[in-house]
Design a protein around this ligand. Structure first.
Ligand code: NDP
Length: 315
């Protein structure tokens, strides 16, 4: 049978390119989990994804109710779940004031981390019971959260501190809008959320890999400078960022190529190792990359897991 893969945020950028790459193989049925149903339908059509190979299901990661509703709907469809890809993200580099999810969490961490954390936890049993030969849970990471890299050292740097702001509810009251308890900074909130994504992948691996055989992995797909992620940046940045990445840093990767990379992590028989953060070198060969000290901190990963459980109502 075909593999069933859920991809969050498949209505543009990396998620859409990955949906296309997988659907085109004829071996995958893609469930595009998107907040804007019509946009996702149109995107799939204009990317030329065969309608036999995908469906769109509504999911808004900035609402825990919506996450639970999505999981119920998926379970009711009776389809097995073979791979889950947590890809969607928001990035608010120019926001002066924080915005909040339906549950009152700062938007970037609330959506990119907490929404995905609840989704992955609620779907873990479905992955467990699937009879697919290689079951995987993939959480898209980023170089920007990794302070052991040049890109990760551009201020403001990611830093979760002792998670005091998160323990305080990420609600914007009592200096708890940022995970570390600091002042609101939209670019930092995004980077922090990516560190959470990478820590969560590793904590899943430690807790569940041996027992379930599920492969847990993260990746940095390259700098996809053209995606909607940068939609809130100032126009001059959006104009100059793609050529800067292409010709100066040479970290640029096209949406199509990034989609092929993530599709490898979903389906390549050679990429079954669990607990790994994949990257690609200049010739587009994959390798196991090193995470920064913070993004591989075992104690922090455990604490993040526990605090997140409380915030999403699992504990
Ligand atoms: P895009 O903005 O193109 O795609 C983001 C997707 O997330 C969109 O489909 C968007 O939906 C969706 N999304 C946003 N908020 C929500 C929500 N509340 N509920 C459901 N879906 C939501 O960006 P990219 O393709 O670049 O980003 C994809 C992933 O790649 C992210 O995890 C990002 O961190 C990562 N990444 C990107 C890099 C880059 O250079 N671009 C580099 C490294 C990592 P909608 O279409 O409705 O807006």
């Amino acid at each position: 049978r075909k593999g069933n893969v859920i991809i969050t945020g498949a209505s543009s950028g990396l998620g859409l390119a990955t949906a296309k790459a997988l659907a085109d193989t004829g071996k995958w049925h893609v469930i595009m989990a998107c907040r804007d149903f019509l946009k996702a339908q149109r995107a799939a059509k204009s990317a030329g994804i065969d309608k036999e190979n995908f469906i769109v299901m509504h999911l808004d990661l900035s609402s825990l109710d919506s996450v639970r509703q999505f999981v119920d709907n998926f379970k009711r469809s009776g389809k097995p779940l073979d791979v889950l890809v947590c890809n969607a993200a928001v990035y608010q580099p120019t926001a002066k004031e924080p915005s909040f999810t339906a549950d009152g969490f700062e938007l970037s961490v609330g959506t990119n981390h907490l929404g995905h954390f609840l989704l992955a936890r609620l779907l873990l049993d479905d992955l467990k019971t699937s009879d697919y030969p290689s079951k995987r849970l993939i959480i898209v990471g980023s170089i920007t959260g990794n302070t052991n890299t040049l890109a990760g050292n551009v201020p403001p740097k990611a830093n979760l501190g002792d998670l005091r702001g998160m323990a305080g509810g990420l609600s914007g009251t009592n200096s708890s809008v940022m995970i570390d308890g600091g002042e609101f900074d939209g670019a930092k909130a995004y980077k922090d959320s990516k560190v959470c994504n990478m820590l969560t992948m590793q904590e899943f691996h430690r807790r569940y890999h041996e027992e379930t055989g599920i492969t847990f992995a993260s990746l940095y797909p390259g700098c996809i400078a053209t995606t909607g992620l940068f939609r809130e940046h100032i126009p001059l940045f959006r104009l100059l960022f793609p050529p800067f990445q292409k010709y100066i840093t040479k970290g640029y990767v096209s949406e199509e190529e990034s989609g092929k990379r993530l599709a490898q992590v979903v389906g390549e028989p050679s990429l079954t190792k669990s607990g790994v953060y994949w990257s690609w070198n200049k010739t587009s060969a994959s390798f196991e990359n090193q995470l920064s000290e913070e993004a591989s901190d075992v104690e922090k990963a455990r604490k993040l897991w526990e605090v997140s459980e409380k915030l999403v109502g699992l504990a």
